[in-house]
Design a protein around this ligand. Structure first.
Ligand code: SF4
Ligand code: FES
Length: 358
């Protein structure tokens, strides 16, 4: 804890901070795990406490709504503590995470709870001027900036109803392999809107293309029922990871994908868990998933360029190796060889006479 931070902690209520930390630790294990890195860690650092989750699991039986209520209460308390100048970064980081979790829980509850909570949080902070705080080894903490533009492809599943089959597509999940557009260009149309024309091809062709989509962006439904099991190959494929050329890891066979805490990652709407693609170039906007950025950044596998390929001379070790080998060759191997040995025997000096002597 720095000196300036200590002064701020004393200005706030240490008792209230400790109570926040204890409450964050006492949520059910699933939520507590999620709060560990973003709430417990900064609060524990602020109070010079260990990050252990001593009380985690106290509310193991709490249902989603009850947990959401507790999260919302914590978010309000942490946000109220943030009001005022020179608040410690650790507190702002924990408050931001609690606000995020409580708002998401509100969205899951429905009924406008998320926007009501956002409005209340805004009102609590409306005295603060817009700012960005950097946290050590942490995120950028933005206060009171309404327009934060996200250039990622939106997580949105579109539905294209055709005569025989309805195609489901989430552009936010697509890795832009081009398999569907190459194979069925009348259905999956490059540079045309809408991207999908569900009556542009035969049903069996469409189903095959959807099942072969490596990223899991595509799905299909018949008579209003999504054929999830069919798209997921009826869970019959063996676990497999393929390194695609100049592109992502292609995973199939239902391999579990977990975050650093061992929890489920956030999946896009309708994404297949049987097959998906993971970023290998480091530029995806929705890590760990591939978003096709490898193509834009011209990611290439690190192959040896032709001019770096060694010549036979270099491959054999160059002049030093040749210098060592040549005497050995002439001393040992040439004399031992019948033909070479004879031809290399020292010749007596002779004078050959000419055919015509004068
Ligand atoms: S990842 Fe799927 S949807 Fe995207 S281009 Fe490839 S086959 Fe089409
Ligand atoms: S490998 Fe596709 S975005 Fe990185």
């Amino acid at each position: 804890m720095s000196d300036s931070t200590t002064a701020s902690v004393n200005e706030i209520s240490t008792v209230e901070l400790r109570s926040l930390l204890a409450a964050a630790r006492s949520l059910n294990v699933r939520v507590a795990n999620r709060l560990q890195a973003s709430v417990v860690r900064p609060l524990a650092a602020l109070l010079d406490e260990s990050e252990d989750r001593a009380d985690a699991g106290q509310h193991d039986n709490a249902d989603g709504v009850a947990t959401g209520v507790v999260l919302w209460d914590l978010a309000l308390r942490a946000t109220a503590l943030c009001a005022g100048p020179h608040r410690p970064t650790e507190l702002i980081e924990a408050a931001a995470a609690l606000q995020e979790h409580a708002t998401r829980a509100g969205a899951a509850e429905g009924g406008g709870a998320a926007s009501a909570r956002l409005g209340e949080l805004r009102a609590l902070l409306n005295e603060q001027s817009p700012s960005i705080r950097t946290a050590s080894k942490g995120p950028l903490l933005v206060t009171n900036v309404d327009d934060v533009h996200d250039w990622r492809v939106a997580d949105r599943r579109d539905t294209y109803v055709g005569q025989q089959v309805t195609i489901l597509d989430n552009r936010g999940t697509c890795q832009h392999s081009g398999l569907c557009t190459d194979r069925l260009s009348t259905v999956f149309r490059v540079k045309e809107e809408p991207f999908v024309a569900p009556s542009g091809g035969r049903m069996d062709e469409i189903i095959r293309a959807v099942r072969d989509c490596p990223s899991g962006a595509l799905g299909y439904a018949i008579d209003g029922v999504e054929a999830r099991a069919d798209v997921d190959h009826h869970a019959k494929r063996a676990p497999s990871i393929e390194v695609s050329k100049d592109g992502p890891y292609r995973v199939s066979g239902g391999i579990a994908l977990l975050d650093a805490n061992g929890d489920d990652v956030a999946w896009n709407t309708g994404a297949s868990r049987e097959h998906f693609t993971l970023c290998r170039c480091g530029h995806a906007q929705n890590k760990p998933f591939c978003t096709g950025m490898h193509w834009y950044v011209e990611f290439h596998d690190p192959v040896r360029v032709p001019e770096e390929t060694p010549t036979m001379f270099e491959w054999a070790g160059g002049l030093p190796a040749l210098t060592r080998v040549m005497p050995l060759f002439y001393e040992k191997f040439v004399p031992a060889d019948d033909l070479l040995g004879r031809s290399s025997r020292p010749c007596r000096p002779t004078i050959r006479s000419g055919l015509r002597s004068g």
